[in-house]
Design a protein around this ligand. Structure first.
Ligand code: HEM
Length: 410
């Protein structure tokens, strides 16, 4: 029997859930967490089954956005009067709406756009890393990892570098919106800031309609599927979700990558000697330290996951982090090993129709940031051993939220 005292509400389990996965997996790939009141799915195959079938396992769970009914009604009024009422899109939508929105986003996120983003990254990462190293290191989370994802999206929305700091205020509000601990007053303030962002997106969209330029927002203003374009309300909601999806995830994986490097001098030297291994390193970081610990689905009918019956309306949390350590899929899953041949089959970007829109961009951010840090240093180390790191305590995103680094320059 497994240890029935394990709860995913426990901050220690949230900081490092891997021991809990090992223990609970002994009883099978699906576990009902009494303290949370929903199922946790740990198995690689089972998660692929769920994510491939949005008709049975819906992404419209209401859980990521909705506050209590009275408060939500008030916030919706503020959105209607000062911005745009959010619509369910992408990560919180099902077909056919999801399919329509996703086709438009995929058109804009094409190979040309990715090249453009990589060119921006080469310059911007270089500048941010130089600043970080120039001041003798410090908290990599605050000084590098939490800045970069926001700047990339700001650039892709046509904001100039003068506006990047203002854009960070909006990013912070979008990220903070999902925090269940906000007081009603805080939530109202956040909603007003997001309305300000809505207005700016809409003004830029008006401008790009007449003056197209090479950026995602402009491309999406002009994109259509069979002649159908996005309404302004849909466009604004999609960009808010892009900002939210890009931020904590990339920040967390950048920190995990630097944490793994800082702990292993030999690995650093290997990657400095042969930079083509950086791609393998990045995939193993994504597998080993899945930035998205898990996300929700709701069963739309009575169904089965493998042998396990699941009743209609049951809530499930699919734990991507657990799938990435499933011993049926990855040999010695709890060993960090950049030489494993199947690391890139991790589920850190999900799978099925909701597979991460930004996965190639995120991979590029990781590769370029790691290459920059390695090139400009002889050694990277944790400033004060394990005391240099703090870990997030929440359900959805996993990883460090403080990472004090020291280094010897190249
Ligand atoms: C290391 C960084 C990232 C990780 C680990 C990550 C992870 C994920 C995961 C697991 C999903 C699947 C959601 C589901 O199953 O319901 C997803 C979807 C999504 N991601 Fe990412 N993501 C990252 C970076 C980004 C970036 C940079 C962007 C935007 C530029 C982005 C935008 C999105 C969007 C819009 C979706 C929803 C796609 C849909 O529902 O069709 N993500 N991401």
């Amino acid at each position: 029997m497994t240890d029935s005292t394990i709860s995913f509400l426990d901050p220690e389990v949230q900081k490092c859930p891997y021991g809990a996965y090992r223990e609970l997996r002994k009883d099978g790939p699906v576990y009902f967490d009494e303290s949370c009141g929903f199922y946790m799915v740990f198995g690689y195959d089972e998660i692929r089954q769920i994510t491939a079938d949005p008709a049975t396992f819906s992404s419209v769970t209401g859980l990521l956005l909705v506050k209590d009914t009275g408060e939500q009604e008030h916030l919706n009024k503020v959105f209607e009067e000062h911005g745009f009422l959010p619509v369910n899109t992408l990560v919180v939508a099902d077909p056919p709406i999801h399919t329509f929105h996703r086709s438009l986003v995929d058109k804009a996120f094409n190979a040309i756009a990715l090249k453009r983003m990589e060119a921006f990254l080469e310059i911007t990462v270089g500048r941010i890393v130089d600043q970080f190293l120039g001041k003798g290191g410090g908290d990599f989370y605050t000084d590098v990892a939490a800045i970069l994802p926001s700047y990339v999206i700001a650039d892709q929305m046509g904001f100039s570098s003068d506006d990047f700091e203002k854009f960070r205020t909006w990013t912070d509000a979008v990220v903070a919106e999902a925090n269940p601990n906000n007081t009603p007053a805080e939530q109202l303030e956040i909603t007003r800031t997001i309305c300000d962002l809505h207005q700016h997106i809409s003004e830029k969209a008006d401008y790009f309609l007449l003056n197209p330029r090479p950026c995602l927002l402009s491309d999406m203003v002009h994109a259509d599927v069979d002649g159908q374009r996005l309404t302004r309300q849909e466009l604004v909601s999609i960009f808010v979700i892009l900002i939210a999806g890009a931020h904590d995830t990339t920040t967390s994986s950048l920190c995990s990558a630097l944490y793994r490097l800082a702990k292993d001098r030999e690995l650093q030297d290997r990657l400095r000697e042969n930079s083509t291994l950086i791609t393998k390193f990045v995939e193993e970081v994504l597998r080993f330290d899945s930035p998205v610990a898990g996300l929700f689905r709701r069963a739309t009918c009575d169904t089965m996951i493998g042998e396990i019956p699941i009743a209609k309306d049951s809530l499930l949390m699919i734990r991507y982090g657990a799938a990435n350590r499933d011993p049926k899929m990855f040999e010695h899953p709890d060993t960090f090993n950049i030489d494993r041949t199947n690391a890139s089959r991790h589920l850190s970007f999900g799978s099925g129709p909701h597979t991460c829109v930004g996965n190639l961009l995120a991979r590029a951010e990781l590769r370029i940031a790691v290459a920059n840090m390695l090139k400009k240093t002889r050694e990277i180390r944790l400033k004060d051993g394990e005391a240099s790191v703090s870990w997030l305590t929440q359900f959805i995103v996993y990883g460090p939220n403080r990472l004090e680094l020291a280094f010897s320059p190249a």
